[in-house]
Design a protein around this ligand. Structure first.
Ligand code: XMP
Length: 515
């Protein structure tokens, strides 16, 4: 079998958050992209044989002291270059154009006019279109050999082009949704200028990874910890496709999972995918260890340690296993600096396993962004509820019980949480909301009245947030009638709860979880 070859576009990161977004847009055009630091040398770029290079935006002014530059020899490689925002100013400055400090910024939606024949703004785009600007300095003079093909009121040189050298610059951000023709422009650069082939599809990713996994593990046994989350589930399904019965999955049921979660993992992996699965029912041992523990850090530690012990026991029964599957994703790889330095995701996926387990890692998702992982999962036939599952902390409901964790309290919270998820699902809001769940204030009680009876029960807090990456989040503006339904159902159906509150704190200053 010949594997599809992927043309690569390198996205040079100049320090803004835009590099990841650009890389994702390139991949949406089915061209493989990788993010590299701006300290990369021309030789290093050449060695990668990229189809093209894109410079990202950056927070700094090109005139600021210590502003990041790119190795000047990059422009002599003959590899196509597209500079975006800061990247465009850098192209202008390093090749002899003029970038002026106008003392006036340009932010938000801006009207862009075509002023000459353009390779990037084709006939399929209007001569006058909206683009998204966010910059301070302005390109006022094109470098020798370049023509200015589009302008805005405040930016004479909004698009620079040199078809002869295959070097381009755009002052605005084609990667954001506020630039409606941005993706069309990127595609023109990728396909027409770079000649990149659109072969990066999830089916070819699966094909390539299957081959790579087989090559890495040969005939050896492989072990994979399932957490119930998307990443470990997709990683397991992919490895199973590659090596079938050589894979054994371990699912540690901590007793702190959401309602129906354990059944679904068993159903999906054991019954449907026919993957060998060790279902470790460890709830009792977790609760025993958690008795009397109230401090959140201590609680996390207790759960983490218990988890490792359970996993070790399961792994000991599989002594011939030399490989461990990890659901590491591309953003984890980038964040850890160099790809080589990527650490095992601590508490993610499998509760943070110690190094002395001595496994060689199999990481079939390390090239992928989260949205790609979901697509791979869909293509591998995983059910929607797993593929679109919201993030869920490793220590599970344990961190959502404020106070000591007991089996009764976990059961109470599980019921309240199931109602919240059920109603949000029925309201059709699943995909708009990053996370929605219930928190039990187990150490708080307040007075209420139900029928003729005075009650003295616990409050449940509903937490719903919108977010892109969990780094920042806003509280979701859930409709009042949905909140009303949640409140009445939880109080009527969950004994011991007599009050429901809605958390209206964003992150920062709050966190998403309560703990
Ligand atoms: P915070 O509460 O810090 O949470 O705003 C940010 C995101 O991380 C998730 N989270 C965890 N995920 N293991 C995980 O896999 C954990 O121990 C853990 N703690 C928090 C949280 O749900 C949110 O999405």
């Amino acid at each position: 079998m010949t594997l599809p070859e992927f043309d690569t576009v390198l996205v040079v990161d100049f320090g803004a958050q835009y590099a990841q977004l650009i890389a994702r847009r390139v991949r949406e055009a089915h061209v493989y992209s990788e993010i590299v630091p701006h300290t990369i040398t021309a030789e290093e770029i050449e060695a990668r044989k990229p189809a093209g290079v894109i410079f990202s935006g950056g927070p700094a002014s090109v005139h600021a002291e210590g502003a990041p530059r790119i190795d000047q020899r990059v422009y002599e490689l003959g590899t196509p270059v597209l500079g975006i925002c800061y990247g465009a100013q850098l192209v202008a400055l390093q090749l002899g154009g003029e970038v002026a400090k106008t003392g006036r910024g340009e932010y938000g939606r801006t009207s862009l006019q075509l002023t000459g024949p353009s390779e990037l703004l084709g006939d399929d785009q209007p001569g006058d279109q909206t683009v998204w600007m966010s910059h301070f300095d302005t390109i006022v003079g094109a470098p020798p050999g370049f023509s200015i093909t589009a302008s805005t009121a405040d930016t004479p040189g909004a698009v620079l082009e040199s078809p002869a050298r295959r070097i381009y610059g755009m002052q605005f951000h084609p990667e954001v949704a506020h630039t409606p023709y941005g993706q069309a422009m990127l595609k023109r650069f990728l396909y027409d200028v770079c000649g990149a082939r659109p072969t990066w599809t999830m089916s070819s990713v699966i094909e390539t990874q299957v081959e790579a996994i087989r090559k890495q593990v040969g005939g050896e046994r492989v072990i994979c910890g399932l957490s119930g989350g998307v990443d470990s589930a997709v990683a397991a399904a992919l490895v199973h496709k590659a090596i079938g019965p050589q894979l054994t999955c371990v699912y540690v049921d901590t007793g702190l999972m959401r309602e129906g979660e354990s059944d679904q993992v068993v159903e999906t992996f054991q019954r449907n995918l026919k993957i060998e699965l060790q279902h470790v029912r460890a709830g009792d041992r977790f609760f025993e260890r958690l008795a009397g523990v109230v401090d959140p850090e201590e609680k996390r530690k207790a759960i983490g340690e218990r988890f490792i012990r359970e996993f070790e026991v399961a792994a000991r029964g599989l002594e011939d296993a030399r490989f461990l599957v990890q659901g590491t994703l591309y953003p984890d790889v980038i964040e850890s600096g160099t790809p080589e330095a990527a650490k095992i995701k601590s508490h993610h996926n499998v509760g943070g396993l110690p190094d002395d387990l001595n496994f060689e890692l199999v990481e079939p998702l390390r090239l992928l962004f989260k949205d790609e992982v979901r697509k791979v999962g869909e293509e591998l036939g995983l059910p929607e509820e797993i593929v679109w599952r919201q993030p869920f902390p490793g220590p599970g409901l344990g961190v959502r019980i404020i106070g000591e964790v007991t089996p009764e309290r976990a059961e109470l919270l599980r019921k309240a949480d199931a109602i919240v998820r059920d109603e949000v699902h029925k309201a059709g809001l699943d995909r708009e909301i990053w996370q929605v769940f219930a928190v039990l204030l187990a150490d708080v009680r307040s007075v209420g009245v139900m029928g003729d009876e005075r009650t003295y029960g616990h409050p449940v807090v509903i937490r719903a947030v919108t977010s892109d990456d969990a780094m920042t989040a806003d509280w979701a503006r859930l409709p009042y009638d949905l909140l009303e339904k949640l409140s009445s159902r939880i109080i009527n159906e969950v004994a011991g709860v007599n009050r429901v509150a809605y958390d209206i704190t964003s992150k920062p200053p709050g966190t998403i979880e309560w703990e």
